[in-house]
Design a protein around this ligand. Sequence first.
Ligand code: FAD
Ligand code: SIN
Length: 527
Amino acid sequence: MKKVDFLIIGSGIAGMSYALKLAEHYENEPEQPTICILTKDQPQESNTQYAQGGIAAVINDSDSYEKHVQDTLNAGSYINNEDSVRLVVEKGPERIKELIKWGTNFDKNDKGEYSLAKEGGHSDFRILHYKDITGKEIQRALLERVKRYDNVTLYDHYFAVDLITQHHLGEKVTRRDQNINCYGVYALNEKSGEVETILAKVTLLATGGIGQVYRTTTNPAVATGDGIAMTYRAKGHVKGMEFVQFHPTALYHQGEEPAFLITEALRGAGAILRNHKHESFMERYDERGSLAPRDIVARAIDSEMKKSGHEHIWLDATHIDKKELLGHFPSIYAKCLSLGIDISKDLIPVAPAAHYLCGGIVVDEKAQTSINHLLACGECTHTGLHGANRLASNSLLEAAVYAHEAYLTALEQVKGVAFQDNIPAWNKDGTTVAEEMVLISQSRSDLRAVMSNYVGIVRSDERLKRAFRRTALIYEETEDLYKKTTLSVQLCELRNLINITYLIISAAMERTENIGLHYSISNEQEG
Ligand code: FAD
Ligand code: SIN
């Protein structure tokens, strides 16, 4: 059994920023609390690492908080939580200064000012970026910085399996309970194969996204919605799960996982979407053309692909100055060239891919979940910032802002809590090691096919019903396997993915109007 004051699950921008703030706060204190980060893979493996376009913030003189607020509300179809929008927009610039202080580089122009890009739905230039690998740069800086602090321990290849609550003390816990307490987590030490009990005074979930529930996604393999599934199983509140954002332009290259993103910033720099007749078609769907918000662009592309019967459309960057292409988009340039596509001369084949979840664990403006002493921030949360659709480059910002709010909350909470000592160890009696991994891998692949075919960009009542029935069967088979099998990451991830599909499908079934990222042809017919 381990005992830590602050337990953090996840080492992306959300988890690392929170850890760094705690580390700095206690740096010169005589009593050092224990700050512990668990991460299930290599520390850098996260959605953060893959972010390309950048991080949005009001920096330009021509820009204003109000413009950023209105763009965010507009993209979110005005069902956003306006308090959250204002918090993120107004605190954003301070958090960016911290990222810079911690060693993150952002590109500057010839005058030494930050070079700001534009992306879909933004009315001003406000995207700070580091070439087209902004996330990699942020992740590098945060990881390097955290290593400076002796009071932070980072355990990689530790997989958080379940939150520990009163349920583990034999009490009945329901979703209506107001007083569920989190005492820490059970975590699978992937190197020893043992499930360890990690008790904590304050636990933070920063477990990122869910892209892996779909067959084509820009998210890496770690994005299996674990934190959301754990919270749901612990009877915590989850919301907004029907709002899955598909990025309009992932590179179409069959078999590649994750799908390589072609950043929206390339359209911000002037690239144009073209259909198979090479026509610029976006103007027929929205006056903002190729730079309309993502829900509109992804649906328009889906419609063009269905009309033509092709599996991709084209992105045309051939008219953009080659120096700009090489300077701002070197990794896209190199990636495409490695596949024989010279983006300064050739059209790029692109198709939508699952990219981001706007919903997740419900948190308030202090990053508090519905479970006591359980905080959450980053992509695994529902803060209400995004409403029905996220504005590009608002998610890194949201993670940084809410990590700060979570840090302030944790400082207060840690004072009044004691460890819950009588937690039973993980019981693995009666389980054996899985002999047929195919039972797990095939179910994961079936699940992803069902979600992509029936619960994608365009849905219908009939598709959702089918998806519900198919995934219910996979759920039953997997629960049965779970009871008799020794834990493995593959099995835990499958179980979490199934929970996530259930949450997405049932939220989609409940939503009877088309709004933002949720679009059903059944609602259209009824309307
Ligand atoms: P992540 O960065 O995903 O970190 C989650 C962490 O939790 C990982 O370390 C993971 O291993 C760990 N973890 C998960 N489950 C467990 C478990 N059970 N046990 C232990 N550890 C666990 N947003 C923008 O604002 N701008 C962009 O330009 C942008 N570009 C993007 C490009 C791509 C290709 C992708 C995929 C996303 C992009 N996004 C962008 C979205 C943004 O990157 C993410 O929303 C953000 O990085 C999420 O940060 P996070 O810290 O919440 O989660
Ligand atoms: C991109 O670079 O297009 C992704 C930006 C985002 O997801 O916010």
